[in-house]
Ligand binder design. Structure first.
Ligand code: GRG
Length: 279
């Protein structure tokens, strides 16, 4: 299975879709639109959109069907990175080797660009209602749950307040599930929903997404070795046990989508990449 060929073929679909969705930086307020685009283009690995498309294809639909869910997940991801880099959060001056949005545009515009990207994510999915019917509404609920207080935002709050004295693998993975895995699962389930998946398929894909998401975050903790993060699998498990835990979650996840057969091979390969990556 040639993952590079898949990525080269499908990525332009996402880039075009996002390009049409994002307001032009020639249009006022120019500074807001430029700030919104700053981190979206060029993006990072585009893992969430690729998973959304592969998930739609795993249930027999085209990658194009998944584009609103793919783009919406990427926009939520991007907004969360912009806000995470702010001085009041992680205070990072660089993202993907370039100045963070608040360094390039100032804090006020960075907060507002994140807000606007979040709204745009839901707009993209809501607009899919015409072509995708009620499954678009269900995908909106899933995305809102993954992005909100019980998902990304709640996970971030618990991460920031994490007490090293009370650290345990359970507590760390509870943060991983919400801060990172929930959005990955929403991308996968969203793509499958828009692709017309059945309820049992959606349930299995949701579990697959959460397990891959936690394993992805453990891989991220391993890549961040040396940063001395209190809320990290590396801190509570150590390097070897953390790697084994990620592999265990990955194989459990892969077994869940075995029944989808060869159509799901790209989805499985993307999951392996997410967990074993070195970027
Ligand atoms: C500020 C609401 C709010 C949430 C912040 C995104 C986030 C939550 C924190 C950033 C730090 C972090 C470890 C997030 C977990 C998700 C993660 C590993 C993000 C990086 O995702 P990649 O590797 O990034 O997919 P690229 O750059 O490839 O898109």
């Amino acid at each position: 299975m040639d993952l590079d060929a898949y990525v080269s073929e499908r990525s332009p679909l996402v880039e075009r879709f996002l390009e049409n969705l994002l307001p032009s930086s020639d249009r006022p307020p120019e500074v807001l639109h430029a700030a919104m685009r700053h981190l979206v283009f060029p993006g990072g690995k585009r893992l969430r959109p690729l998973l959304a498309m592969a998930s739609a294809e795993a249930v027999g639909a085209t990658a194009e069907r998944a584009l609103p869910a793919a783009a919406a997940a990427e926009l939520i991801h991007t907004y969360s990175l912009i806000h995470d880099d702010l001085p009041c959060m992680d205070d990072d001056a660089e993202r993907r080797g370039r100045p963070s949005v608040h360094i390039a545009f100032g804090e006020t515009v960075a907060v507002l660009a994140g807000d606007a990207l979040q709204a745009l994510a839901f707009e993209a999915l809501a607009r899919a209602a015409d072509s995708h019917g009620t499954c678009a509404a269900a995908a909106i609920v899933d995305l809102a749950t993954a992005a909100g207080a019980s998902g990304l935002v709640g996970g971030q709050v618990d991460d920031l307040a994490f007490d090293p004295a009370k650290a345990s693998n359970e507590r760390v993975e509870s943060v991983h599930e919400r801060k990172s895995a929930a959005l990955i699962a929403a991308a996968i389930v969203g793509g499958a929903r828009l692709g017309g998946a059945s309820e049992p398929q959606l349930e299995e894909l949701g579990r697959f997404g959460r397990e891959v998401g936690v394993a992805f975050q453990i891989a991220d903790d391993l890549l961040d070795e040396g940063e001395n993060e209190p809320c990290s699998s590396l801190t509570v498990l150590g390097r070897e046990a953390a790697r084994e835990r990620a592999e265990m979650l990955l194989s459990r996840a892969l077994a869940r989508v075995e029944d989808l057969g060869s159509r799901a091979e790209v989805l499985r390969e993307l999951a392996r990449f997410a967990v074993r990556r070195d970027v």
